[in-house]
Design a protein around this ligand. Structure first.
Ligand code: ZN
Ligand code: ZN
Length: 362
């Protein structure tokens, strides 16, 4: 039987979000209903509300979530009711050309639940943020979006791995392939940038240089493992990074902002044959101009990081285990816990840069 739950809806462009009753259908073939325990507030939710991602209002917001599987549809074998899971927004298909070549983290045909959740009041179909929609007591997803992890971890910490924190850690350990002794610079120290710092530390980087224009954020980056900080409002980050790396530049530079200026900084702040990782997401009007001779002459690789090039089934359980062993402090990303009706206020705090993550606890 379909169930009615409370959920946070973005009704229209730039309208305040509000709580509405959401109808969650029983899971169909390949689907699962998850009882959400915690869900982080991410910039992407704000972009949905602002109409920056699509016009498919109303949206059911929320996508950095963990919870317990309540029921599964026909053909679901990987998870069962009672499993503690982190939700992911890239359920790999196993059949596309990327998957068949053994690179499922690039899957070109990721999928979501086929059925739609609806508004109880009007019957309108909801568009779940990133195919998840977890600012709700329960949500319907594709079973492949559920990744089982050790239930010893708290849900408010685990959920963050579902998006921003995974993107940042993955930018360092997967895309950037940071290794022991490497020098790493991270430009932009919000949630994703700080996670990249934490990922670089986890991978054994010897020098981790955090760059931001906000002194408060640099302080946080230091607590996540940055060995040096550069305030790019006060000094040229390219020169500063070169100075801190014997005049050469860093082995890996991660742009967690995603603007032409920061990308250019990343490009010139890396050592010859070094790696640039772009994990910050640019907007459509942005253009990049670089001397092609420098692109050739400086060698190395220029990579983009999709969701940290993560494979949820491989990376989520591993990172949760490392967290439980005390080797990765995921709790440091949770600034505050809030209730479902406080999401609008949390957007304001996030916009002002006052929080790394507010997490809705259900
Ligand atoms: Zn997110
Ligand atoms: Zn695929």
């Amino acid at each position: 039987m379909a169930q009615e739950v409370r959920g946070v809806i973005a009704p229209g462009k730039d309208e305040p979000v509000r709580i509405e009753t959401v109808v969650v259908p029983d899971p169909g073939p390949g689907e699962a209903v998850v009882r959400v325990q915690a869900c982080g507030v991410c910039h992407t939710d704000l972009h949905y509300k602002q109409g920056g991602i699509s016009d498919d209002f109303p949206f059911l917001l929320g996508h950095e979530a963990a919870g317990v599987v309540e029921s599964v549809g026909d053909g679901v074998t990987d998870v069962e009711p009672g499993d503690f899971v982190i939700l992911n927004w890239r359920a790999v298909c196993g059949k596309c050309r990327a998957c068949l070549r053994g690179r499922p983290w690039y899957c070109f045909d990721t999928h979501n639940a086929k059925q739609r959740m609806t508004l109880a009041s009007t019957g309108q179909e909801l568009s779940p943020a990133l195919g998840i929609g977890a600012f709700a007591e329960k949500t319907l997803v594709a079973a492949g979006q559920c990744t089982k992890v050790d239930p010893a971890v708290s849900a408010q910490v685990a959920g963050l791995l579902g998006c921003g924190v995974m993107a940042g850690i993955g930018a360092a350990i997967n895309t950037g392939d940071v290794g022991r002794g490497d020098s790493v610079a991270v430009i932009g120290c919000g949630g994703v940038g700080d996670a990249a710092v934490a990922g670089a530390r986890l991978a054994g980087a010897a020098k981790i240089i955090a760059v931001d224009i906000d002194a408060r954020k640099l302080e946080t980056a230091r607590s996540m493992g940055a060995t040096h900080t550069v305030n790019s409002r006060e000094s040229d980050p390219v020169e500063a990074i070169r100075e801190l790396t014997g005049g050469f530049g860093a082995d890996v530079v991660i742009d967690a902002v995603g603007r032409p200026e920061t990308y250019r900084q990343a490009f010139y702040a890396r050592d010859l044959a070094g790696t640039v990782v772009l994990v910050g997401v640019p907007t459509p009007e942005m253009k990049l101009e670089l001397p092609l001779l420098d692109v050739f002459g400086r060698g190395g690789s220029l990579k983009s990081s999709w969701y940290g090039d993560c494979l949820p089934s491989r990376d989520f359980p591993m990172l949760i285990d490392l967290h439980l062993q005390g080797r990765l402090d995921l709790g440091a990303f949770v600034t505050e816990t809030i209730q479902l009706d406080e999401v609008e206020k949390a957007f304001e705090r996030m916009h002002r840069g006052d929080v790394l993550r507010s997490v809705v606890v259900l």
